[in-house]
Design a protein around this ligand. Structure first.
Ligand code: AMP
Length: 462
């Protein structure tokens, strides 16, 4: 089974070919834990969650690692502003991040690895770079990567930072740098900053890019299969990772396949903490079910930008609600008398989803196939569903749910709603219409409607 994916390194859609048969070592840049994640971050993490789940569905043994940057300038600054210990501050936001990911249904990562737990690996890699002549010391500031020594620089982004003189290239500023784009791999720390001792390098902490390569070298070795992150990380972060690892090991390519997720856009611009136009995932989840947010995140192809709007979110919520309703109908509308009618349609829908996903994880096309089935089954619901149709559809939706996480469960009404519906049925059976109506009103206040169908009550969200 082959899966084709867009590769930012070659700028083409390619068959994913891991180093070893069907083993995929996959790494995705995780959060810097200094605040709650926003829904832009969440889109990127949902994209890679689905990518890993799809590869596993297709029989790849995926080892998926994500890093947690828990020592960094922003953490230090925020913690100082709040008069909190930086380590405790980062720990707090690490926990919040884990809570948010699980609320969103991002469950594919095998191991979260923290920068602060890999300092010996960072030090070893900086020393390897120094010993091979790729890193030099600026006294009192830090060890820098010398880009002039690495001719491969720019192969991912098509940019070169030797001459470039923009804010992105000049991340680590120091007038004594040999080239404008040289970046710090080990920062000599200032008093009161988190730091680690090393006799040779000097007391310090990791530069921005080095933790990722130090960690992946520890877990996967100097080369691996798939690296992901948001599009903003392509340059300079991922370019720097390539330089570090290929220089340290001499092995090329560092990573075979690079995936960059498109940005979540707000009215034309990107959603980012620096612009100040963010919506935290925590807040979004108060307003929208996780399934609706996931549906929205996956409603554009993963490497395309996605425009945030209230209409798009409402449409996503309505779509997942339709899925939930059909799932309830499969139970409520089952009938001994109904003929088997949907076997072929269900099998076709599954094949279409598989083809769409194998072809560069085309989630919008996959959703198109799911909803064409939903429309067909809804149109035929009044005639009832045979057991065979209901169970074929149910297992299809279980598959859709497992891979995408967009299907509300059949019993998605809260228990108290189900209990009231049961009471109302009893009232109707005794022809106690007043009580039945009162319960309908009560359900309405809770945001639910109930349709009395020939097969029994069908509960719907308003
Ligand atoms: P950060 O904590 O800023 O490093 O971001 C964590 C992840 O979210 C990275 O992979 C970023 O590329 C990604 N990211 C940041 N902003 C957005 C956005 N507006 N849309 C999509 N992904 C984003």
């Amino acid at each position: 089974m082959t899966v084709r994916l867009y590769n930012s390194l070659t700028r083409t859609v390619e068959v994913l070919q891991p180093r070893k048969d069907k083993h995929v070592d996959m790494f995705v840049c995780g959060p810097t834990v200094y605040d709650l994640v926003h829904i832009g971050n969440a889109r990127t993490f949902a994209v890679f969650d689905v990518a890993a789940k799809w590869l596993r569905y297709r029989g790849f043994a995926v080892r998926y690692i994500q890093n947690i940057t828990d020592v960094d300038d922003k953490i230090i600054a925020r913690a100082a502003a709040e008069k909190e210990d930086p380590a405790a501050y980062a720990e707090r936001y690490y926990r919040e991040f884990m809570r948010d990911m699980s609320a969103l249904g991002n469950t594919a990562v095998d191991t979260f690895v923290r920068a602060t737990e890999h300092i010996p690996q960072v030090i070893a890699q900086v020393k390897a770079l120094r010993d091979k002549g790729f890193a030099y010391l600026i006294e009192g500031d830090g060890w820098y990567f010398d880009l002039a020594k690495f001719p491969g620089y720019g192969k991912l982004s098509g940019r070169t930072a030797l001459q470039a003189d923009d804010a992105v290239s000049r991340i680590d500023e120091n007038p004594d740098k040999r080239n404008p784009g040289d970046f710090c791999v080990w920062k000599i720390s200032k008093p009161d900053e988190p730091s680690w001792d090393d006799d040779e390098l000097g007391r310090g902490r990791p530069g921005w890019h080095i933790e990722d390569t130090a960690m992946t070298e520890a877990y996967f070795g100097p080369q691996y299969d798939l690296h992901g992150g948001g599009i903003d990380l392509k340059f300079p972060h991922h370019e720097a990772e390539i330089a570090q690892q290929e220089a340290a090991s001499g092995k090329v390519p560092f990573v075979r396949h690079w995936m960059h997720a498109g940005f979540l856009q707000v009215a034309g611009g990107k959603m980012s903490k620096s612009v100040g136009n963010i919506i935290s995932l925590r807040d979004a989840l108060k307003q929208w079910p996780a399934e609706a947010l996931r549906f929205f995140f996956l409603s554009a192809v993963w490497h395309e930008p996605l425009a945030l709007s209230d209409e798009a979110l409402k449409a996503s919520a309505a779509a997942v609600q339709r899925l939930g309703e059909l799932r309830r109908k499969l139970v409520t509308f089952s009938s001994d008398k109904a003929a088997d009618r949907f076997g072929v349609a269900v099998a076709d829908a599954r094949a279409e989803v598989e083809n769409a996903m194998d072809d560069d994880l085309n989630t919008p096309k996959a959703f198109g196939a799911v909803f064409s089935l939903v429309a067909q089954m809804n149109a035929g619901a009044e005639e009832g569903f045979s057991d065979r149709d209901a169970s074929a559809a149910e297992s299809f939706f279980a598959f859709v749910s497992e891979v995408f996480g967009v299907v509300p469960s059949a019993s998605h009404a809260p228990a108290e709603v189900d209990a009231l519906v049961g009471e109302r049925e009893q009232a109707r059976a005794r022809k106690d219409w007043d009580v039945a109506d009162r319960i309908r009103g009560q359900l309405g206040e809770m945001g639910w409607t109930v349709d009395d169908t020939p097969y029994g009550p069908l509960v719907k969200k308003k």
